[in-house]
Ligand binder design. Structure first.
Ligand SMILES: [Fe+2]
Length: 220
């Protein structure tokens, strides 16, 4: 009940996207067993600050999003590439396929990346994304969210998920959020407001920890 079904009728696109054959376990090769070809030198100093990638500052509410990547037993996952992408404050993506009538922000691309430290911690500075409409069903709106990718040790281990914000009034009608059918599991996708980490006269802060679970395939 934690993992969403691969084909979820409420989320129309899954009909064509979900695998129809049994999943195949790819054996780990030398690439996966040694270190990934990633390292701190590949990450620029501003890559985790989405508000400083252009000449001016983006519109919107400046926020800090931070947390830890840990294993199921609480061990930190260090040196893992964490990537994010998101819409701007008005809910518009910097993407040619996103044409809904909300303005682009010339100072916001919406892409960031960082590598977890020895304690598995990551931190981004960004702006709070807006909700956006999509064509899934009548008057469909995505709750505000930030897309996350964890690279793992190789591309075959990449995990992708979405982080949501507390008390979003759009949760009830969002088939992607609700494809995770267990309420407690859905709550794990929602960050918490972190007053302690807010920066006076600068930014609000949210905390979101990512716990890696064994995949269902490993149980088979
Ligand atoms: Fe999105």
């Amino acid at each position: 009940m934690i993992d969403p079904p691969l084909d979820w009728p409420g989320y129309k696109s899954t009909a064509l996207r979900h695998p129809k054959q049994p999943l195949i376990a790819l054996p780990s090769s030398l690439t996966e067993l040694t270190a990934p070809v990633l390292g701190p030198s590949r990450i620029g100093p501003l890559d985790n600050d989405l508000t400083r990638q252009h000449e001016g500052e983006p519109q919107g509410q400046r926020i800090i999003v931070q947390g830890r990547v840990v294993e199921e037993d609480g061990r930190p996952v260090p040196d893992t590439l964490v990537e994010v992408w998101q819409a701007n404050a008005g809910g518009r993506y910097w993407h040619r396929n996103d044409n809904w009538p909300s303005p682009l922000d010339p100072n916001f691309t919406g892409l960031g990346r960082t590598i977890t430290n020895a304690d598995g911690e990551f931190r981004f500075t960004t702006i709070r994304p807006g909700a956006y409409p999509w064509g899934n069903h009548a008057n469909a709106w995505r709750p505000a969210h930030i897309h996350f990718s964890l690279f793992g040790r190789a591309f075959t281990q990449r995990l992708v998920t979405q982080m949501y914000f507390p008390d979003d009034p759009l949760f009830f009608q969002d088939p992607i959020f609700n494809s995770v059918r267990d309420e407690k599991a859905r709550e794990l996708m929602i960050c918490s407001f972190d007053y302690e980490s807010t920066e006076e006269l600068w930014a609000l802060a949210y905390r979101w920890d990512i716990v890696l679970r064994r995949t269902p395939m490993e149980d088979a």
